[in-house]
Design a protein around this ligand. Structure first.
Ligand SMILES: [Zn+2]
Length: 318
């Protein structure tokens, strides 16, 4: 067993990505920049004339909408939607601090997963920072419900996600994934799972101005009992893996990684945001803890992605 790395880290260099917004169908680009210790994840908007908006912390109290994706409020600079995949990549890889610069109202969808972000971050490495890595340790269980769906955060000696979905579709059906987090495991088992949608919903969504950029290049399309993508699925249970990817991103809006267990059934962006609101409703629900004081350990993995060390942490540069 290897002890968790206990120092904060950020991306070693600025990384840029260009694509389209899956909902507005417009060209969009994003830059992930290194950020100072203890600044967490933050975001600003770049406008057509090149000027930048104020920088806002990417935290739960800035969530503006959770319909189909998570959107955050940047005050006079409007909202930026679909932030969950890039933030999932950062949090999933164990990065503590980064600033996002987005040149439109929606982050690019890329291939519908967080895989391209992960590849670039792993390839370029991270910078280890002097500050101690911190976690939000769950002290009391919080559960939020909507009909039979729920999302919960529970005390747990580790960082785990237990996500279950149940769709009335033969190709999806009921799927559950229990995931004990390590950066390497996130990269291999979670980050490449793509978003998905039903063809039966596509027309209604497009009439309402959503999914205008969606295609088989960036989504799994499900038509009743079959997958429309000619190359099929990346995992047999790719759907629940993507839901877990979304949860890692949405929960990163806690401002620090959560030390505890997240559970959800038929959940999504809305319940993920609500469970964070519930967490922060009382200071008795959590405490901020230094990583070195936590018994978070994990096996050294043999097959780690390129650029990761034997602890599953991304190779540091400089
Ligand atoms: Zn998603």
């Amino acid at each position: 067993m290897k002890k968790l790395a206990t120092k904060q880290c950020t991306v070693a260099a600025a990384l840029s990505f260009t694509g389209i917004g899956v909902h507005n169908g417009q060209p969009s680009s994003i830059i992930i920049q290194p950020a100072a210790p203890d600044t967490g994840f933050s975001i600003c908007r770049k406008f057509e004339d090149g000027h930048l908006s104020d920088v806002f912390p990417l935290e739960h109290d800035r969530v503006a909408r959770t319909y189909l994706c998570t959107a955050v409020d940047l005050g006079d600079a409007g909202t930026i939607s679909m932030i969950e995949h890039v933030v999932s990549a950062l949090s999933g890889l164990g990065i503590d601090n980064a600033m996002l610069i987005v040149d439109g109202p929606e982050c690019p969808v890329l291939d519908g997963s967080a895989g391209k972000y992960v590849d670039a971050i792993v390839e370029n490495g991270v910078s280890i920072q002097p500050a101690e890595k911190k976690f939000i340790k769950i002290k009391r269980s919080i559960i939020v419900r909507s009909n039979d769906a729920f999302a919960a955060l529970e005390p747990y000696n580790g960082r785990a996600f237990d996500v279950e979905i149940d769709f009335e579709s033969d190709v999806i059906g009921r799927q559950r994934m229990i995931f004990d987090w390590t950066p390497a495991r996130y990269a291999t088992d979670v980050s490449t799972a793509r978003t998905f949608g039903f063809l039966r919903d596509a027309k209604i969504l497009r009439q309402a101005g959503y999914a205008l950029g969606s295609s088989l290049e960036n989504s799994i399309a499900v038509d009743e009992d079959k997958i429309m993508n000619s190359d099929g699925l990346r995992f047999e249970d790719e759907f629940v893996r993507h839901k877990l990817l979304d949860a890692v991103g949405d929960l990163a809006l806690a401002g620090m990684p959560i030390y505890g267990k997240f559970r959800s059934y038929k959940g999504g962006h809305g319940l993920n945001a609500l469970v964070l609101n519930g967490l922060f409703a009382s200071e008795q629900n959590y405490e901020i803890v230094n990583a070195k004081d936590l018994p978070l350990e994990f096996d050294a993995l043999e097959d780690v992605p390129l650029g990761m060390d034997s602890q599953g942490y991304i190779r540091s540069v400089g």
